[in-house]
Design a protein around this ligand. Structure first.
Ligand code: FES
Length: 188
């Protein structure tokens, strides 16, 4: 067991438990886009950032990956945390201006517009969180989709961009997609 402080409250939890898991148990809302409790955490969206004070040093860490540790102090809603999330939300709004999921989370943080401008070709409702890739691999055990290319050309596709014969049409990818960009008929 480890003992740490979450938003001023001392807690004892099983070693290896992440801050996000503890926060959820405690009813503390931490926004996430790339997390699903049935799958391994990937740390892609960074929206779950929290402030961790370890041996007197504060740092910003992703709650979905960071394990509770003896003596640390974690704060989920400081000014610095909110500022980090707001910047990320502006970036997501620039990339996916029509995604209702992102618009809704952004609204919670008072973010209605973005300072970042992207070309039409750089926009996408896919935020490359990789949840669909992990669902296909970890839940369906099919590995029918994966990340392809690098930088601004990065995308998710089937191997060699061809119809994957490993796809069984289970639609797990569409089910977990946080922005709803994978439509059920397209996943058939
Ligand atoms: S939920 Fe932690 S990085 Fe996306």
């Amino acid at each position: 067991m480890v003992t740490f402080t979450l938003n001023g409250k001392e807690l004892e939890v099983k070693e290896g438990t992440t801050i996000l898991e503890v926060a959820r148990e405690q009813g503390i809302n931490i926004p996430t886009l790339c997390y699903h409790e049935e799958m391994s955490a990937y740390g892609a969206c960074r929206l779950c950032l929290v402030e961790v004070v370890k041996r007197g040093w504060p740092s910003i860490q992703p709650a979905c990956l960071y394990p509770a540790q003896n003596g640390i102090e974690v704060n989920t809603d400081t000014e610095r945390v909110r500022k980090s999330r707001k910047i990320l939300l502006e970036l997501y709004l620039a990339r996916s201006p029509d995604s209702q999921a992102i618009i809704d989370i952004a609204k919670e943080y008072g973010v209605r517009d973005t300072r970042f401008k992207l070309k039409e070709s750089e926009r996408s409702e896919c935020i490359l969180c990789g949840l669909c890739v992990r669902a296909c691999a970890e839940i369906s055990k099919r590995h029918a989709i994966s990340f392809a290319h690098r930088g601004s050309k990065r995308m998710i596709q089937t191997p060699f961009a061809e119809l994957a014969d490993t796809c069984v049409g289970c639609q797990a990818c569409a089910f977990v997609c946080p922005t709803g960009v994978i439509k059920i008929d397209e996943a058939d």
